[in-house]
Design a protein around this ligand. Sequence first.
Ligand code: HEC
Ligand code: HEC
Length: 301
Amino acid sequence: MLRRTCAVIAFGWLLCVAPATGAAQDLRKHGEYLFRAAGCATCHTNEKNRGAPLAGGRALKTPFGVFYTPNITPDPETGIGRWSEADFTRALRAGVSPEGQHYYPAFPYPSYARMRDEDVRVLWAYLSKAKPVRRANKPHELLWFVRYRPLLGFWKALFFRPGPYQSRSDRTEIWNRGAYLANAVGHCGECHTPRNLLGGMKERMAMAGTRAGPEGDPIPNITPHKTSGIGRWRESDLMEYFDSGMMPDGDFAGDIMAEVVDNSLRHLTQDDRRAIAGYILSLPPVDNPVRKEKKNTDSDF
Ligand code: HEC
Ligand code: HEC
């Protein structure tokens, strides 16, 4: 279609290229937005040790051992520079590497698998244009019984449900947007939903918090339960928290949630923050008291 327009107009270069560049810029912006919302850089950058963006090496401590995130810059030797878009799509959608190996769910593909095709495409367009950085991956340090990757096939059969998010027709568009952002892109449940002994999410306790979250820290219950959840928060409280990290009591988000706010949530549009807040407050309240005691109490413990 573009070529047809260019062929007839003498100064076609301007007329044809300008809109194409605009579209490319929009695609880049969309990609960057999703990339932020999905928090890819948070795990894949070893910020503590001043590692280059997306070059990996961040240690993720879990009950199964320590995972070191891989380099996902387009470096052909040490990163994913030789990957095709199909390889990337398969990694996110199916949790399988180009060599056909299963990924550990420490890479939250069980959530990302719910992303829409178009969003996965846009994400790839953005990631494949990132700055390549040469940095060899560090092997994970896992307990012996989880080292054997083919066993992950059993885990997946039990707990992994592939397929993009399906909008619910009995809910509003904004609710569906919130559900999509929270579950597929923002992967809130990867931290906030408690897991069973095998590391599968307890779906019936979605977002109800856990005493044993990533890094061994307790993760609060964010269902709207009046006493053990965030039932006393208003939608505007949540939106403020996503924007600045400030809680209704004036305290600020700490731990890894500070990173989620800083790297992801505060970069979202106000509409998207509202959508997530509305969705979270619409969840069934679950009574699961996991709250961490405030550090600055006078108690001896
Ligand atoms: C919670 C931390 C975390 C987040 C967030 C995360 N990843 Fe990862 N990612 C990992 C870990 C850990 C692995 C290694 C998994 C394995 O070895 O099985 C990984 C592996 C990968 C791989 C495979 C690399 C290879 O060399 O095989 C790709 C590609 C990838 N992630 C892309 C992404 C993208 C894109 C996003 C954002 C949409 C993202 N990751 C978000 C932790 C994370
Ligand atoms: C990487 C893990 C992680 C992810 C992903 C994550 N959170 Fe959190 N979240 C935490 C931790 C840890 C805290 C406790 C922070 C603190 O101690 O101040 C927290 C706290 C919160 C709180 C405050 C609750 C309270 O009672 O203090 C809300 C609200 C919240 N998260 C919402 C979300 C939403 C919505 C998402 C997805 C968009 C999300 N979180 C994704 C780890 C995570």
